[in-house]
Ligand binder design. Structure first.
Ligand code: GKR
Ligand code: MG
Length: 442
């Protein structure tokens, strides 16, 4: 029988959602390579603000996409008048309107293309920000409380073409120094990757390193991992992620060449069945943000034993509380947990930090694209890293506020750049017109 949705979410007086503001923005992104093609000069994000009738506002950030933004507009209308504390009912209302999503709607790209998980994540984080302000508690306390004061992240390296992205595109700013210059330099071979890693680790203090692969033939990418090991030694954990572009035999052959040097191998092959086969064949832990990406995928993951580590992402798993539930499942079934990322700004980073601080079991250092971005949308500008970690905010709510001038400028970027969704294939075809995305290439 269908559950009737109680109307406990409707606030008659006091705290009720009176306004929802959705602002698409475009942030400068350098020409990074991955299995799906090339990053565009701007990455799209969407900023959500929810305001209550007491003028308490909560904010959140999700990957931007015209479809998701349109659905978010509709969701915004549905939650007007609702109590931001009643997230269960808000979720039920959204599912009633949009219908449930299936795991297959995720798509084949390295990133998740489902609508509802994004929408609910956006609304949930903004509501948690409000709840924190109302109760005078940081979001981490609403997730069960702080287990650590700072949350460690990993250096996230990319093969890339020369270029700064944004208006500069494939050009660079000649007066850039340090990481600013290294971010614009090309990295298409092991030497370039080691130089990138050294500059990023020097600037942010990261103590573990991930390389995004899937861009070049496997031997060049494996050689880059071996070069990183040579340059950083055994004390710096290494990870490698070709985004499931390898065939089963390739995953086993090239995975074996990295067995001794990897902390974990991320999505060498596509699908839970193939991942399970690689896991059986290799003595290296496997991680995923491509084969086990929703609660619906958990039974298959357990039955097949498809990975050792699940890379959560609150934008894709339906929010911070859902990610806490995933953490419990991971503990129950002996999975490790870390977090996946995409090009993002400080609101997403801060939400990750609250979650990372609340996880009962210390996660692996989290992925972040933050070093690749130079823009910011929050008051105070870029969030500092110390020894590769970010301090957990102690202010009520998320602990970050929107910088209205920066928001207006980044929205203007969005209006001018003409992008409406992430399409790495089209960007790659501007460099190599014959290039097409293949689900498995090597
Ligand atoms: O930013 O190009 C990228 C990555 O490939 C990203 O889209 C992936 O979703 O970082 C991600 C991953 O770990 O697969
Ligand atoms: Mg990945």
């Amino acid at each position: 029988m269908k559950n009737a949705i109680p109307d406990t979410a409707t606030q008659k007086k006091g705290l009720a959602i009176k306004e929802v503001r959705i602002t698409p923005i475009a942030i400068v992104d350098p020409p990074l390579l991955n299995a799906a093609g090339l990053h565009a000069p701007y990455a799209l994000r969407t900023i959500l603000e929810i305001v209550t009738d007491d003028n308490i506002s909560g904010i959140s950030e999700i990957p931007g996409n015209a479809n998701i933004n349109a659905a978010l507009e509709t969701a915004g209308e549905l939650i007007i008048g609702k109590d931001p504390f009643q997230l269960n009912v808000i979720k039920a209302l959204l599912e009633q309107h949009f219908g449930k999503e299936s795991a297959s709607q995720r798509g084949h790209a390295p990133w998740d293309q489902r609508k509802l998980v994004h929408i609910f994540s956006a609304i949930e984080v903004a509501c948690l920000d409000i709840m924190g302000k109302v109760t005078n508690r940081p979001v981490v306390d609403l997730l069960g409380g702080k287990m650590r004061d700072k949350v460690p992240f990993a250096a996230y390296l990319f093969f890339k073409y020369k270029g700064a992205g944004g208006k500069l595109g494939f050009d660079i700013s000649p007066d850039a120094m340090g990481w600013e210059a290294a971010r614009q330099a090309p990295a298409t071979d092991p030497e370039g990757i080691v130089a990138q890693a050294k500059a990023m680790c020097k600037a942010f203090g990261f103590q573990s390193i991930k390389l995004k692969g899937g861009a070049f033939e496997p031997q060049l990418e494996v050689d880059s991992m071996l070069a990183l090991r040579e340059a950083f030694g055994a004390e710096v954990p290494l990870r490698f992620d070709p985004n499931a572009i390898w065939k089963l035999e390739t995953g086993i052959t090239y995975g074996r060449k990295m067995e001794g040097i990897l902390q974990y191998l991320e999505d060498p092959v596509r699908g839970q069945e193939n991942m399970a086969k690689v896991k059986q064949a290799l003595k290296v832990p496997l991680a995923t943000n491509m084969c086990t990406t929703s609660f619906d995928d958990i039974p298959g993951s357990i039955a097949l034993d498809s990975e050792d580590i699940i890379l959560s992402d609150h934008h894709f798993w339906g929010g911070l509380k859902a990610s806490m539930e995933l953490a419990r499942i991971c503990d129950t079934f002996g999975r490790g947990l870390s977090m996946h990322s995409n090009s993002h700004l400080g609101i997403s980073l801060t939400a990750m930090v609250h979650l990372g601080a609340a996880l009962p079991t210390p996660p692996y250092p989290l992925d972040t694209h933050y070093p690749w971005q130079s823009d910011e949308v929050i008051v105070g500008g870029r969030i500092p890293f110390e020894d590769g970690a970010v301090a957990v905010p102690t202010e009520p709510g998320l602990g970050v506020e929107l910088d209205r001038d920066a928001l207006a400028k980044l929205h203007q970027n969005f209006l001018e750049c003409g992008l409406t969704e992430r399409d790495d294939q089209t960007e790659m075809q501007k460099v190599n017109p014959d290039w097409v995305f293949e689900m498995t290439r090597w």
